[in-house]
Design a protein around this ligand. Sequence first.
Ligand SMILES: Nc1nc2c(ncn2[C@@H]2O[C@H](COP(=O)(O)OP(=O)(O)OP(=O)(O)O)[C@@H](O)[C@H]2O)c(=O)[nH]1
Ligand SMILES: C[S@@+](CC[C@H](N)C(=O)[O-])C[C@H]1O[C@@H](n2cnc3c(N)ncnc32)[C@H](O)[C@@H]1O
Ligand code: SF4
Ligand code: SF4
Length: 319
Amino acid sequence: MLVDGFGREVSGVRVSLTDRCNFDCVYCHNEGLGDTRGPMEPADNEMGTDDVVRFLEVVREFGVEKVKFTGGEPMLRQDLAEIIRRTPDGMETSLTTNGTFLPGRAEELRAAGLDRVNVSQDALDREAFAEITKAGAYDKVLEGVEAALDAGLDPVKLNMVVFDGTAEFIPEMVEHVGDNSGLRLQLIEYMPEIAGHPEWAIDIARVHEWLDERADRIEHREMHDRRRYWVDGGMVEIVDPVENETFCANCHRVRVTHEGYLKGCLNRNDDLRPMGEMSRDEIRTTFREVVDNRVPYYGEYMIRDGDGGWEVNEEYVGA
Ligand SMILES: Nc1nc2c(ncn2[C@@H]2O[C@H](COP(=O)(O)OP(=O)(O)OP(=O)(O)O)[C@@H](O)[C@H]2O)c(=O)[nH]1
Ligand SMILES: C[S@@+](CC[C@H](N)C(=O)[O-])C[C@H]1O[C@@H](n2cnc3c(N)ncnc32)[C@H](O)[C@@H]1O
Ligand code: SF4
Ligand code: SF4
């Protein structure tokens, strides 16, 4: 496995298959690239099926163990099942989706080799859902979650972005996963770095405290040092990357944009590297370079200024 200059092994890759989406969530960071884009017709700037598969075959040579397909909305790709089917043996395969296309397709993805899925669901409230996603597909998402469970995808994690538009729904979401075996909840701290609107953020420490008081058991995941709480039979994980040096120190993933650029950190777009024509040699060389150059965002790329805020480390300005 390749290791970067900060001792972080690269064990996973996150492949953005498209930046198109059928939703327009108010907070969307589009995996670090900014706003998602319509229309929903296939776009010719996206990596082709063979390119994605070749990339996965090469990183498997380097011992990468996990792949996450994301986007934009990855299920807009009609070749998703083929990509999953052709993903090298031995790689855990997961998908993060808004869930609307899972009804009728979850079985096919499971049969192709998909291990598990994360479905974004910010609220159990139709109106709040419509307001956040700018889409009226609430029932489709719930159907999508059911379809994923019925297909045997395990676990099915619900991704809920915690910000001032959703915080009030946390208790019922926690109860919801406690009542439904097979479901887990990921509370994702709102990240303003790419999406803007820092005023939407809420103090994630309060959510930790709230869960801490109710949990029967608490566990730390090695990846990102994330905390998991067991509450009334349900599992709740907090994803809290904002200004969190420990999270970044335990980051083991390299990203790929839909256009085939390697990206060492979600929050940076000054380190993108194209993989050229995507030959195996070009992929190998670029992957090595990206791993060599990746640095923890908080604690290295961003450092504390004299006033307790954050500033870009001079070493990386214009690098
Ligand atoms: N800053 C930062 N945010 C991340 C990172 N990984 C996940 N996140 C946040 O969490 C969101 C949801 O991540 P998912 O794609 O569902 O996957 P995950 O929860 O990280 O991974 P699994 O638990 O393995 O399924 C991302 O879109 C980000 O907002 C990371 O490495 N850095
Ligand atoms: C960019 S979406 C791509 C996959 C798919 N379209 C979906 O929504 O699940 C991946 C995840 O990022 C989360 N996300 C998007 N913008 C965010 C932000 N500003 N802060 C925290 N999480 C965010 C979404 O809620 C979703 O769970
Ligand atoms: S569904 Fe996912 S990609 Fe689409 S706008 Fe919402 S968070 Fe962004
Ligand atoms: S270095 Fe930090 S901000 Fe960048 S992707 Fe890793 S955890 Fe996220």
